[in-house]
Design a protein. Structure first.
Length: 152
């Protein structure tokens, strides 16, 4: 996997953003130990299933990911950056027991502290479409609900 080319090197957070992208794109069970290089001790992390504060809690989320899915990987496909925040657009690929590989597209809104560490991280992705619709009976119900609520 080739790390994403992010920003002009003149951007004030170019190194911090590139470091975070590289961390995500090369994440492994052992690299999670280096989370404190990228996240502040009191960082706040939110995704569709978690809302936690602090490095130990964030570390547990990533450790849990490696126990729940096979061969997870992130690929950052775009970055939108301001002086103290950025949005990473990503693909998350993983395997599940007895199934093919899956891919979820999402985005992470990240805010930085004065030391170029993540102080706030919020993931945006659609668990209904990306996960629940793939479960046999639940998927049938979720797809039906989506069709019923659709304006089309």
């Amino acid at each position: 996997m080739t790390p994403a080319v992010i920003l002009d090197q003149d951007h004030p957070r170019a190194l911090a953003i590139q470091g975070l992208v590289d961390f995500y794109e090369t994440m492994s069970p052992t690299s999670i130990a280096r989370l404190d290089r990228y996240y502040a001790p009191d960082a706040h992390f939110i995704d569709p299933f978690n809302d936690v504060t602090g490095l130990p809690a964030i570390r547990r989320i990533f450790e849990h990911m490696f126990t729940q899915v096979a061969d997870p990987s992130f690929e950052v496909i775009d970055v939108i950056a301001g002086p103290d925040r950025c949005v990473l657009i990503w693909l998350f690929r993983f395997g599940a027991p007895g199934s093919t590989r899956h891919c979820i597209q999402g985005a992470s809104h990240v805010r930085w502290d004065a030391q170029d560490r993540v102080i706030a991280h919020r993931d945006y992705w659609d668990p209904a479409r990306e996960l629940y619709e793939r479960i046999p009976l639940l998927g049938w119900l979720m797809r039906g609900l989506r069709r019923r609520l659709s304006a089309h």
